[in-house]
Design a protein around this ligand. Structure first.
Ligand code: SF4
Ligand code: MG
Length: 282
């Protein structure tokens, strides 16, 4: 049976204290707890600090283009039903340039998991205002404060028919692990948004800020995670500062609704590099 060590890939170069360490540990621990092996998983990541997760985790992986992890991940999930596909990226990647893919992936309900490491800033490019930065948020790209209203990913996912929605926080590893396990087991498109602080460039949305302001869904009396309207209401009431498994629904997946869709099993032979062309150049 695989251990955490088996999932360890390249040595991470994230800044010490970066929230993404916890997210990666949460995913790897969930995989171990569920008895998965590295070859059971494919991590398809976008561009940003968060996108490095596909290199830092030992599994099948593809570090794709900015905002384009979801189309590739959906294709991989449809093409090989035996592998659990996890798309991963940041708020800029997924809710900025990738937001069109996000909405359509949500409504398509492909059986896969999407993890967004949301730090309310563009970290890799050294600190610009992102789609989830609050109005008034000051960075070098908005020195007088952002004038735009932020994207609301949880509400967007809920109104577009997401079948599993959870939000975690990098300061709560135990909670993250539980959420990841549930997401990986969900049949359908599972969105896990994680508040994952950028300790280097975001001095507003810090660990302390989230510890003070986050409310866990378990604190609400009679919360029903199968009630979409209640989930929308609680997300709005808390201004998105809510953690836990917020919503889940059992609905046929894209794969179930398209049984004739060709499954392309990639074999080792397909992946072997054809070097004959290189030899010809030499
Ligand atoms: Fe993490 Fe921010 Fe450093 Fe990127 S710049 S590794 S998001 S702390
Ligand atoms: Mg970001």
């Amino acid at each position: 049976m695989a251990t955490m060590k088996d999932f360890r890939g390249d040595q991470p170069t994230w800044c010490p204290g970066c929230g993404h360490f916890s997210v990666m540990a949460g995913v790897q621990k969930a995989a171990v707890d569920l008895g998965m092996e590295p070859h059971d998983i494919a991590i398809i990541s976008g561009i940003g600090c968060s996108g490095k997760i596909s290199e830092y985790t030992r599994a099948y992986g593809f570090h794709t283009l900015h905002g384009r992890s979801l189309p590739i991940a959906q294709g991989a999930a449809i093409g090989n039903k035996d592998v659990k596909v996890i798309a991963a990226g940041g708020d800029g990647d997924g809710y900025g340039i990738g937001v069109g893919h996000f909405v359509h992936a949500v409504r398509r309900n492909v059986n896969m998991t999407y993890i967004v490491m949301d730090n309310n800033i563009y970290g890799l490019t050294k600190g610009q205002t992102s789609p989830t930065s609050a109005q008034g948020f000051k960075t070098k790209s908005s020195p007088k404060g952002s004038v735009e209203s932020p994207v609301h990913p949880l509400e967007t996912a809920l109104v577009n028919g997401v079948t599993f929605l959870a939000q975690g926080f990098s300061g709560d590893i135990k909670g993250l692990n539980e959420i990841m396990k549930a997401a990986l087991q969900h049949k359908g498109f599972a969105l896990v948004n994680v508040y994952s602080p950028c300790v280097t460039f975001n001095k507003v949305n810090t660990y302390d800020y989230y510890k003070e302001n986050l409310v866990d869904v378990s604190s609400f009396e009679n919360y029903d995670p199968t009630d979409r309207m209640q989930a929308i209401q609680k997300v709005r009431e808390t201004n998105g500062l809510i953690t836990g498994i917020l919503f889940k629904e059992d609905r046929p997946t894209f794969q179930e609704l398209t049984p004739d869709f060709p499954e392309i099993a990639i074999t080792k032979q397909d992946l072997s590099l054809d070097v004959s062309i290189l030899e010809e150049i030499e």
